[in-house]
Design a protein around this ligand. Structure first.
Ligand code: GDP
Ligand code: IMO
Ligand code: MG
Length: 427
């Protein structure tokens, strides 16, 4: 057996999609194990740009089994849009499998997501408003509707009826909003069920069979370590477990099935939505990074907050995920900067600390400790071998590797497959 997991080490949008697409060439199975259509993975292949939200990034190769496993919350409208979009571009989706156990997003989840955010006012999370939180809440409250329910019309009707009664009360009485009608929603979801039926399967079984046959399995993380419900900057997090530990519950495999762990690190930091961000740059450098890096959300189009690379965050993620390798992306975005800073730790009340405080109050009082690096100030987008990178760029990367006690496995200097240097053996 050979398996690997690709996780985000920061706040998302590190380039996981690109790295998964690159590694998928040698994989047999690619699995999305958490999150939902809040994810936006941009992948360049065959000279085209693909924006994936729910489909695993392995979909762009022929003959790979692509799995959306139980840990994902599935928006049927969105997945069908993506499937049909792929088909229209001549991409075969017949190897896609969707777990019977994945929870389903309904329009009331999205409505409540938006209303809850609005009610929070200044304390809003800045969610993608895709219904993620409310759907996972229903899952843990044990009132959720699963993909397998879509295939049982009578059960679906009963479950939807009970859910709608409750949700309509919340919508009308708590938020003074419009209620939803049962019948049209039921008919719509029956229609989705028919279209999704060919893809629905027990994906945990498929995975276990493939692992037994020693096939190469690649687990694709969405979101990131600092958006993790348990380990991120709560409550400014998503509602799932994007970390490597989430693979076992999210895909239905044993901890022994999780092999190599690869942490994707953007060469600087970005965050979309609210929440603490110690190295944020609210100045011309942050603006330069946003403009040069086109740092606008794939899913919502919002401008991403930009800042210096926070090695304290990446180190924490390295331990949390048991990272074997770092995959550095977007190094080329720093090409023009004369000075580059890296945060190597925090000071709290004048003392250096070696942890990330759970309390947002304490976190807000942390000051970054920076090391300065000379910028390489040359175009690195055509570099194809690690040894050919400018010395100053290697110095920056090697310092990160040392601080995080994790080997450099991949360095990416552009969005395309060719702009990738690999120094490790994954499959
Ligand atoms: P994900 O959500 O982690 O998959 O990341 P996103 O797709 O949301 O954002 C990463 C963006 O960076 C995408 O537009 C990628 O095409 C792009 N990208 C990935 N690696 C590189 C790189 O090394 N250099 C540049 N310039 N762009 C990259
Ligand atoms: P990928 O997979 C960046 C952020 C949202 C918000 C918080 C909660 O592309 O890296 P949610 O809708 O999940 O309830 O929002 O999490 N967020 C992301 N930020 N990349 C993502 O996914 C994200 N998915 C959620 O902006 O701050
Ligand atoms: Mg993204």
């Amino acid at each position: 057996m050979s398996s690997a997991v690709v996780v985000g080490t920061q706040w998302g949008d590190e380039g996981k999609g690109k790295i998964v697409d690159y590694l998928a060439e040698n994989a047999d199975v690619v699995v999305r194990y958490s999150g939902g259509s809040n994810a936006g993975h941009t992948v360049m292949a065959h000279g085209k740009t693909y924006k994936l939200h729910l489909l695993p990034s392995g979909i762009l190769y022929k003959n790979k089994i692509c799995i959306i496993s139980n840990g994902v919350v599935l928006d049927p409208e969105k997945i069908l849009e993506e499937i049909n979009g792929m088909k229209a571009q001549g991409i075969d989706t017949s190897n896609l499998r969707i777990s019977t156990r994945a929870h389903v997003i309904f329009p009331y989840h999205k409505a409540i997501d938006a209303l809850q955010e609005n009610a929070l006012g200044a304390n809003k999370i800045g969610t993608t408003q895709k219904g993620i939180g409310p759907c996972y809440s229903d899952k843990t409250s044990r009132v959720g509707i699963r993909v397998c329910d879509l295939l049982e019309p009578k059960e679906l009707y009963e479950k939807l009826k009970v859910n709608l009664e409750f949700k309509n009360n919340v919508l009308t009485k708590l938020y003074n909003a419009e209620p939803f009608e049962l019948e049209p929603m039921y008919q719509q979801y029956l229609q989705y069920a028919q279209e999704l039926k060919p893809y629905i399967a027990d994906t945990s079984l498929i995975l276990q069979e493939n692992l037994k046959k020693k096939k190469n399995v690649l687990f694709e993380g969405a979101q990131a370590s600092f958006l993790d419900l348990d380990h991120g900057t709560y409550p400014y997090v998503t509602s799932s477990n994007p970390i490597a530990g989430g693979v076992c519950t999210g895909a239905g495999v044993s901890p022994k099935a999780v092999g190599t762990t690869i942490g994707v690190v953007k060469a600087y930091s970005t965050r979309v939505g609210e929440g603490p961000f110690i190295t944020e740059l609210n100045d011309h450098i942050g603006e330069h990074i946003r403009e040069r890096g086109h740092e606008f959300g794939t899913t919502t189009g919002r401008p991403r907050r930009c800042g210096w690379l926070d090695a304290a965050v990446v180190k924490y993620a390295a331990n949390l995920n048991g990272l074997d390798y770092l995959a550095i992306t977007r190094l080329d975005i720093l090409d023009e900067l004369p000075i580059i800073k890296m945060c190597v730790g925090y000071k709290l009340n004048g003392q250096k600390i070696d942890y990330i405080p759970a309390s947002l109050n304490e976190l807000a009082q942390c000051e970054p400790i920076y090391e300065e690096f000379e910028g390489w100030q040359e175009d690195i987008t055509n570099v194809r071998k690690y040894k050919d990178l400018p010395k100053k760029a290697k110095k920056y990367l090697e310092r990160l590797s040392k601080l995080t006690n994790t080997e450099l496995g991949i360095v990416s200097v552009g969005p395309s497959r060719e702009q990738t240097m690999i120094m490790c053996d994954i499959f």
